[in-house]
Ligand binder design. Structure first.
Ligand code: HEC
Ligand code: HEC
Length: 448
């Protein structure tokens, strides 16, 4: 018991004893003889007066107690009264759902930890270095050579386009911010340029996953008539051999006797790309132990990313099923389920790696790192709002949709609309989480 209350009670008891004794003495010696009451009547008088004094003392005691210890005395009563007034379970509180956020201890002392989500999943940070194949180890000299080649527009037919034209590393986070890529002669391709950042962690490259390595991939754009348009491997090699400082850099990277070939050009570019990685994100800091790195909305989004099933396809350190860490099912159908988004964004005009005649596409699962910085999105760059991509994914890939009939007055068409069963709050939480996958550095240079 609180020491103050104990003191008060002892003091009160003493005061009461003094008061009762005084009262008895007064009745016995003064009031009794004066009123000429005899024997037990005196006691009755004493009791009557005494109870008055007692009631007065009790009142004083309550006043003193309430004035001095309001928390102790009043709180229990307030709580009991207020309880039935609280909202019942049927009236949800307004605003975003509030989750209590707690960190699990890392030690074995988790016996009474809260029940885990039904689906167990280990979140992983990006390694600080990208793995390289044995035949093309990443060296500083080779990466420096690759960097020069990456920015060299002379490697295109008319000298106007370099890799960096479509993969603007800093201002556009390694992509080009256009729906379709724009190559030589102003030709516009049908596919969106993905970022080259963290491509080093992808086991399959291109939207349809047709290249199995960065070395193999780099040859593609050089010879693609829509992109850099060089007529042949020999033509690319001749351009590089024509520059003396390239000759010296190749000797430094591959040995003096190694001739300049398209394969080595691609190896140097690939070595450079393996240095283009972004472990500097709020998400990675969080997974490495900085529990304050994510905002509440991002934490809610992270939990939803897991519980709604995005992790079935976008998993591991690079948020992709086509990763160097796990390449078991790199390609997935998209869109899996029928949704009106298919018409709205022409999602099956190009069916990627699907066999000819298929009515839906098959695509490599893309990484989601820096995805908030690399819009517009999807293989055709048709979607320019990240929240809409999340709705499409939830509906088309996870069946999170409700069916609605939609009448369009403009062209008088009636269609069914699969509306996102994820609430707008959930969609925006997932978007907040995707933003946590953006590199701090690229957010500064490309942040929009
Ligand atoms: C004209 C624009 C353009 C140029 C120039 C260009 N690219 Fe690309 N890049 C693209 C497009 C578009 C894609 C996707 C094509 C596809 O999936 O079919 C792509 C895909 C890639 C990918 C695959 C990324 C992934 O996640 O799958 C890498 C890596 C890449 N390019 C590197 C390069 C390099 C290296 C060069 C220079 C040798 C280069 N690009 C030149 C437009 C371009
Ligand atoms: C069944 C596998 C699968 C699931 C589940 C899935 N995705 Fe995807 N996701 C893909 C594929 C495949 C693509 C590439 C689609 C295309 O453009 O062709 C993609 C593309 C994306 C993109 C666009 C990437 C870009 O650079 O344009 C985002 C963002 C995305 N997914 C987020 C999510 C979110 C959030 C969820 C959970 C709500 C999710 N995905 C669930 C397979 C999946």
């Amino acid at each position: 018991m609180n020491a103050d209350i104990l003191n008060l009670m002892v003091f009160g008891l003493a005061a009461l004893t003094v008061a009762v004794t005084g009262l008895l003495t007064m009745v016995q010696l003064e009031l009794g003889p004066l009123s000429r009451l005899g024997g037990h009547r005196r006691w009755l008088l004493a009791a009557a007066l005494g109870s008055g004094v007692l009631a007065f003392a009790l009142k004083l005691l309550i006043i003193v107690a309430v004035a001095n210890f309001p928390q102790f005395v009043i709180d229990p009563f307030i709580e009991k009264v207020a309880l039935p007034l609280q909202p019942t379970a049927t009236t949800p509180p307004p605003g975003p759902p509030r989750y209590r956020w707690m960190a699990l201890p890392e030690s074995s002392a988790v016996a009474n930890s809260p029940p885990r989500a039904p689906l167990r999943y280990s979140w992983q940070a990006l390694p600080a270095q990208a793995p390289a194949p044995a035949h093309n180890p990443t060296t500083a000299a080779k990466a420096a050579l690759g960097e020069r080649l990456f920015f060299d527009a002379d490697l295109s037919r008319d000298g106007t386009v370099s890799c960096a034209s479509c993969h603007d590393l800093y201002a556009k986070a390694g992509a080009d911010a256009r729906p379709g890529a724009s190559g030589i002669d102003g030709q516009v391709g049908t596919r969106n340029a993905p970022t080259v950042w963290n491509a080093a962690f992808q086991s399959r490259l291109f939207w349809d996953g047709r290249a199995a390595s960065l070395e193999q991939q780099a040859v593609g754009p050089l010879l693609n008539p829509l992109e850099m348009g060089m007529p042949s491997a020999a033509a690319v090699e001749a351009r590089v051999r024509g520059k003396p400082d390239y000759v010296a850099a190749f000797a430094l990277s591959f040995g003096a006797s190694a001739p300049i070939t398209l394969a080595r050009i691609a190896e140097a570019i690939a070595a450079y790309e393996r240095t283009l990685i972004t472990p500097d994100t709020p998400y990675d800091r969080f997974v490495r132990g900085d529990l304050a790195a994510l905002a509440p909305a991002q934490l809610r989004g992270m939990a939803l990313f897991q519980s709604t099933g995005c992790i079935h396809c976008h998993f591991g350190p690079n948020f992709s099923a086509a990763s160097v860490f796990d390449d078991r099912v790199p390609l997935r159908a998209f869109p899996v389920g029928a949704t009106p988004y298919v018409q709205r964004y022409d999602l099956v005009g190009d069916t990627g790696a699907a066999p000819a005649g298929n009515d839906r596409g098959v695509w490599r699962v893309p990484s989601l790192r820096n995805v908030a910085l690399t819009g517009p999105w999807l293989h055709n760059g048709a979607v320019s709002e990240l929240a809409e991509v999340v709705r499409i994914m939830a509906g088309a890939q996870l069946g999170r949709s409700g069916r609605h009939l939609v009448w369009s007055g403009r062209d008088r068409s009636l269609s069914t609309l699969e509306q996102a069963a994820l609430s707008e709050q959930e969609v925006s939480d997932i978007v907040a989480f995707l933003q946590a996958l953006s590199s701090d550095r690229l957010t500064r240079t490309a942040g929009r």
